[in-house]
Design a binder for this molecule. Structure first.
Ligand code: UDP
Length: 349
C-alpha cells in the first residue's frame, strides 16, 4: 500500500491565488479530505479560485493531485492549529479541517481538540481580517448519545466530557461557541453546519468508518465487522447532497438572524448497521460472513437529523437515497482498491 506521505507536495507557498476578474477567492481548510476535496472540485468548476489548507494528517494528496495544475488552485500545506496567513482578498472560508473518523480522531486526541479549538480561533481571525464569510463544519456528534430521535438543533445533547469521543465532540462544541461569540461580539459573518454521517467517492479506504469498512470488506472478501449487535442506527447522506447543503448554507442570504445559528445537514433516512451491511452485500454480490465485535464505548445508539431548519432557511433537502448513493461509492472503492493492488504489485517487481 502506498504510504500517506509518499506523495510529492507540489505547491507549498504562502502566495494566494491571483484574483481574476469577478472570480471569488475561497479558502477550504481540510481540502484534501473527503468532503473538502469534493467541494473544491465543485467550486473550481463554478469558476471560483480556491486555496486549500491541509496538513495531510488524514487528508490525502491523491484527493487533490489532479487539481494542482489548475492556475486557479493553490495548496498550502499548513496545520490550522498554527496561525494562518493568506495573502490577498478572501471571500469565503469553509473550515472542514479535522479528523472525523472515531479511530482517526482518537489517535491523537489532544491534537484533534486543538484542531477544532485553535483552528477555529486562527481561521476566525482570517475571516475577520479579510471581511470573509466563514462556515464551520460542526457535527451531529455535538448531540453525543442522544436521548431522543430525530435530533433537532435546540437539543443540547448528551456528551461524556471524559469519554473516548470527547476530544472530537467537545472540540466541535467549543468551536461552535467560538464561532457564535466571534459573530456576536465582532460581527464576523458565520455559518455553522452540523454535518451528519456522509459518504461517497474520495473517502479513504482506511478511514475506519462504517461505510468504507463494510464496502472494502465486501470487495476484498473479508468478514463484515459489526460492532455491538448492529442494531444501532445512523442516517447517511450522499456527498453531492452534502455539497448542495454546505453551499446552500454558505450562500443563504441573511434574511433572518437564525442563519447564524447551527443548522443540521444530513439525510433523515435511518438505518441499523445490520441493514447497511445487508445492502452492501446485495449491491456488491459478496458472500462474506458477518463477525461481531464489541461496541466501542459511548457509541451513540441512534442518530437521525431533523432538517426542518435547513429546509426553511434555504430550501434544502437530500435527493439521493442510501441504496442509490452506495452504487457510485462501491464503484469508487473498487477502483481505489484495484489501484492500491497495482501499486503494491508494481512496487514488488
Ligand atoms: N461500525 C460497525 N462496524 C465497523 C465500523 C463502525 O458496526 O466496521 C458502527 C459503529 O460502532 C457505529 C456506526 O457503525 O455504531 C457508525 O460508525 P462510524 O465510525 O462510521 O461513525 P460514527 O457515526 O460512530 O461517528
Amino acid at each position: 500500500m502506498v504510504g500517506r506521505n509518499a506523495f510529492p507536495i507540489a505547491i507549498e507557498t504562502e502566495d494566494a491565488v491571483p484574483r481574476g476578474r469577478d472570480a471569488r477567492v475561497l479558502v477550504v481548510a481540510g481540502g484534501a479530505g473527503f468532503i473538502g476535496s469534493n467541494l473544491m472540485r465543485r467550486l473550481l468548476d463554478q469558476g471560483d479560485r480556491v486555496i486549500c489548507l491541509d496538513n495531510l494528517s488524514t487528508g490525502r494528496f491523491e484527493n487533490i493531485a489532479a487539481l494542482v495544475a489548475d492556475p486557479r488552485f493553490t495548496f498550502l500545506r499548513h496545520d490550522i492549529i498554527e496561525p494562518v496567513t493568506i495573502a490577498g482578498p478572501v471571500d469565503r472560508i469553509y473550515n472542514l479541517a479535522c479528523p472525523a473518523s472515531p479511530p482517526k480522531y482518537r489517535a491523537d486526541p489532544l491534537h484533534t481538540f486543538k484542531t477544532s479549538v485553535l483552528g477555529a480561533i486562527n481561521l476566525l481571525a482570517v475571516a475577520e481580517a479579510k471581511g470573509a464569510r466563514i462556515l464551520q463544519s460542526s457535527t451531529s456528534e455535538v448531540y453525543g448519545d442522544p436521548d431522543h430521535s430525530p435530533q433537532e438543533e435546540a437539543y443540547r445533547g448528551s456528551v461524556n466530557t471524559v469519554g473516548p469521543r470527547a476530544c472530537y465532540d467537545e472540540g466541535k462544541r467549543a468551536a461552535e461557541t467560538l464561532f457564535y461569540e466571534t459573530h456576536r461580539t465582532r460581527n464576523v459573518d458565520i455559518r455553522i453546519a452540523r454535518i451528519f454521517n456522509t459518504y461517497g467517492p474520495r473517502m479513504d479506504p482506511e478511514d475506519g468508518r462504517v461505510v468504507s469498512n463494510f464496502i472494502c470488506q465486501a470487495l476484498t472478501g473479508s468478514p463484515i465487522t459489526i460492532y455491538g449487535a448492529g442494531t444501532q442506527t445512523r442516517s447517511f447522506c450522499y456527498v453531492s447532497d452534502m455539497l448542495d447543503a454546505l453551499e446552500g448554507l454558505m450562500e443563504a442570504p441573511e434574511a433572518t438572524s437564525s442563519i447564524f445559528d447551527p443548522v443540521n445537514l444530513g439525510n433523515p433516512g435511518e438505518f441499523t448497521m445490520l441493514e447497511l451491511a445487508q445492502m452492501v452485500l446485495d449491491l456488491t454480490g459478496a458472500q462474506v460472513p458477518l463477525v461481531y465485535r464489541p461496541l466501542p464505548a459511548d457509541d451513540p445508539l441512534q442518530r437521525r437529523p431533523d432538517i426542518g431548519r435547513a429546509r426553511n432557511l434555504f430550501g434544502w433537502g437530500p435527493k439521493v437515497p442510501l441504496r442509490e448513493g452506495l452504487v457510485p461509492t462501491i464503484a469508487y472503492f473498487r477502483e481505489e482498491l484495484q489501484g492500491q493492488q497495482r501499486r503494491t504489485l508494481g512496487g514488488a517487481i
